[in-house]
Design a protein around this ligand. Structure first.
Ligand SMILES: C[S@@+](CC[C@H](N)C(=O)[O-])C[C@H]1O[C@@H](n2cnc3c(N)ncnc32)[C@H](O)[C@@H]1O
Length: 347
């Protein structure tokens, strides 16, 4: 798939609704963005060059500027979607951000910046997109991590934020607590990662595991990773429904329907956080040190999911000394986020 085709696809299907759904424009949304990125202040020095890969509609750039402005950073924003680039530019102008920034149309897996030029690279909610929109998703995911390191100067850091695969990898029994979640499941499983609207010619290289039909008693058994995928998609669908960006009837044109939020390992299972990190270490070898690796629970998101989906461990071995994992724990694992700070070694 050509890079420009991915950009065109994101512009066409995603467009403004998608960008508005990921980044808001209220003062409260902005405060959340600042809070998310505040950690950068600990790593930034005066005059640093900071690159945001996948700028969305510019909230991230604006937040980076706000946090680091006393250090006079030079900020770069890269995105594969021209709509994202122009929305980000508009946002910088409206907010009267001085001209020390540059917006670049380009691909995260082939960053048009020379080696060793950047001090901080931000990869926030982008790696799962690179993975989702490429036939050879896992290779592009690896390549993007390599590229971020290539443009980084020795001693510089890459900040990764993304979905965090659950630690538990067994099967769970999922119940649907009302018509909305049940109907969502039935439509979602039909269209998930089918790329029907991408000229009909996109076949993901990874065979995405299928979501099975509901059993006669209205439940379904899923590997935990797939439950997490379902739970996060349901939450995003619910949010977008409230804003009228999607409905059950239009779900096949919903951008999120073609995204895998969790990266799969070679056996087709969602990577646990530990597997994710060890893959990164393998890609970057001795050039990387891991300065921080943090999983954050999202209690409100977990509680929200609990209103609509029941989940419990399937087939608990009565002889096991470990007992079963509580529903609350499963929900927290399905909805957690992870943050990683990778540092380029000076060798
Ligand atoms: C979910 S948004 C994240 C926005 C922002 N980083 C944040 O965390 O709020 C992902 C962004 O990545 C962009 N994107 C997707 N694939 C890309 C690629 N291969 N190269 C560059 N940008 C890409 C999308 O157009 C979108 O703007």
């Amino acid at each position: 798939m050509m890079v420009s085709e991915i950009g065109e696809y994101l512009d066409r299907l995603g467009g403004n609704n998608y960008l508005d759904s990921i980044n808001g424009t209220s003062a409260e949304d902005f405060a959340v963005a600042i809070q998310k990125l505040m950690i950068l202040d600990q790593y930034a020095n005066n005059g640093d060059h900071v690159l945001s890969v996948g700028v969305g509609q510019g909230e991230e750039l604006q937040a980076i500027y706000r946090i680091l402005r006393s250090k006079h950073p030079k900020i770069y924003g890269l995105d594969i979607s021209s709509v994202a680039i122009s929305r980000a530019k508009e946002r910088m102008i409206i907010n009267q951000i001085p001209n020390a920034y540059e917006l670049i149309l380009g691909d995260a897996s082939n960053i048009p910046i020379l080696n060793n030029r950047i001090n901080i690279v931000v990869l926030s909610a982008i790696l799962h997109e690179v993975y989702s929109y490429n036939q050879n998703g896992i290779d592009m995911w690896r390549q993007t991590i390599r590229e971020s390191f290539r443009v980084l100067s020795p001693g510089g850091v890459v900040y990764v934020r993304d979905f965090c695969g659950p630690e538990f990898t067994g099967d769970v029994l999922v119940e649907f607590k009302d018509d909305l979640s049940r109907n969502f499941y039935n439509v979602f499983r039909k269209h998930y990662r089918k790329f029907e609207s991408w000229n009909g010619d996109f076949v993901p290289q990874i065979v995405t595991p299928d979501f099975p039909p509901l059993s006669s008693d209205g439940n379904v058994i899923l590997p935990m990773g797939l439950f997490a995928e379902l739970a996060m998609h349901f939450r995003n669908f619910w949010n977008d429904c409230q804003k009228d960006y999607v409905s059950l009837d239009t779900i096949k044109d919903w951008k999120e329907i073609n995204e895998t939020y969790f990266i799969l390992n070679e056996s087709g299972k969602v990577m646990t956080p530990e597997e994710y990190l060890s893959e990164i270490r393998e890609i970057l070898g001795s050039s990387v040190s891991v300065d921080m690796f943090r999983k954050s629970e999202r209690i409100t998101t977990a509680k929200f999911i609990q209103q609509y989906l029941g989940v419990r461990q399937n087939n608990i071995d009565p002889n096991s000394l470990n007992g079963s994992i509580d529903t609350e724990v499963l929900l927290l694992q399905a909805t957690s986020k992870m943050e990683i700070i990778l540092r380029k070694q000076d060798n």
